[in-house]
Design a protein around this ligand. Structure first.
Ligand code: DP6
Length: 365
């Protein structure tokens, strides 16, 4: 594929030396979209702008050990919690192929990629965002050690996000925090289809330390993967309207993030979640990722909001789990409500209390 001028900026200066061996380690969080990415074109480019809260506790920790080799093919092994995980290899192989021209050292090394997640196994939480972002950050640190001059933090984050996007679209929003925009939008200067950027405007204090409790409704394998779901937006009867609606919702949420208008915030966020699932239900083939308990939880959140005059709301990702969003000021009451009234609708009563966070960070030895 031809590279644009902007993509070419991610091709590095010639490396000045190649370390024989070494290791780097990064942790990177998951994120939850408020305005959703659903539909892509070209090489991992989004059909509409999305914005997400970066999370704090749900993280992937990845360490990359590398040693120089003579052969020409990509050579890596992947371990999850210390055990070989060959199921991850095709996705990483594809990632290496996509990023090779931006990281021209990849074929010169044999890699051991060791990864673990802070959230429970097969919790159904998408680990591709945190996983691909952690791996991209490791590769960026490795590249830095081969360059004669230090790259700025902004350039590091930008290229890490650019690379992460080529692994998984939503991973482009996991490098920084607490709010990240991915996808070009007229109202957001600096936004790009190629990488995520920190939300560039002041945010009302209502959103400071926002809480997200993830209710684990269903932990099984998804019936339709996100990648397959995105592809079903090609030729989808409502696609053009959906992309417009998302971009309009970015303009609206921009106002809300400035004003702190919580009833409009709730309306945009819940509508986005339901539109995402409406797209799935109206694809051909159509599919449903929500479970009966997903709906039961939504009804209970709505009732609690009304009865308690709360500003609790929900959002969904591409699965049956429910993200319960609420301000820090309601933390105690909402967490008590979750324990007493929502936990029973979770698989094995499991849920994870999380909150917004600041993005990826290096782990020193
Ligand atoms: C529903 O980023 O997992 O979570 O780019 O194919 O890896 P790929 O898809 P992925 O899609 C996630 C979509 C979503 C909404 C969102 O995070 O914006």
């Amino acid at each position: 594929m031809m590279k644009t001028m902007v993509e070419s900026q991610f091709i590095p200066d010639p490396y000045t030396h190649y370390p024989e061996t070494g290791s780097v380690s990064w942790q990177s969080p998951s994120n939850i979209a408020l305005v959703k990415y659903w539909g892509k074109y070209g090489e991992q480019l989004p059909e509409n702008t999305s914005v997400s809260f970066t999370l704090s506790h749900c993280r992937t920790i990845t360490s990359l050990q590398f040693e120089q080799k003579e052969t020409d093919e990509f050579d890596f092994i992947v371990l999850l919690d210390g055990k070989p995980k060959d199921e991850f290899k095709p996705k990483i192989q594809q990632f290496f192929e996509r990023v090779e021209s931006y990281l021209p050292f990849l074929r010169k090394y044999k890699f051991t990629i060791e990864t673990s997640n802070s959230f429970p196994h097969s919790s159904g939480i998408a680990s591709s965002a945190s996983g691909m972002s952690a791996l991209a950050c490791c590769l960026m640190e490795m590249e830095q050690s081969m360059l004669s001059s230090q790259i700025s933090e902004m350039d590091f984050n930008r290229k890490a996000s650019f690379l992460a996007r080529l692994g998984s679209g939503s991973a482009s929003r996991s490098v920084e925090g607490p709010l990240v925009v991915w996808g070009e939008h007229d109202g957001i200067q600096g936004s790009s289809n190629l990488f995520g950027v920190s939300y560039p405007f002041d945010v009302h204090e209502n959103f400071r330390n926002y809480q997200d409790t993830i209710l684990l409704v269903d932990k099984g394998e998804k019936v339709v993967s996100s990648t397959a779901g995105h592809n079903l937006m090609h030729g989808h009867p409502y696609a053009a309207n959906r992309f417009k609606e998302a971009n309009d919702n970015i303009s609206k949420i921009k106002e809300v993030l400035a004003s702190g208008d919580m009833s409009r915030f709730i309306e945009i966020v819940e509508s986005e979640a339901l539109q995402l699932h409406a797209m799935m239900m109206t694809s051909l083939p159509y599919f449903i990722l929500m479970k009966p308990n997903t709906l039961e939880i939504i009804q209970r959140i709505w009732k609690y909001r009304k009865d308690e005059n709360s500003i609790i709301c929900f959002t969904l990702d591409a699965g049956a789990n429910v993200h319960v969003l609420y301000p820090e000021s309601e933390k105690e009451q909402v967490q008590a409500f979750i324990a007493s009234e929502l936990a029973e609708y979770c698989k094995n009563g499991e849920y994870i209390h999380d909150r917004v966070g600041l993005g990826a960070s290096a782990i020193s030895d």
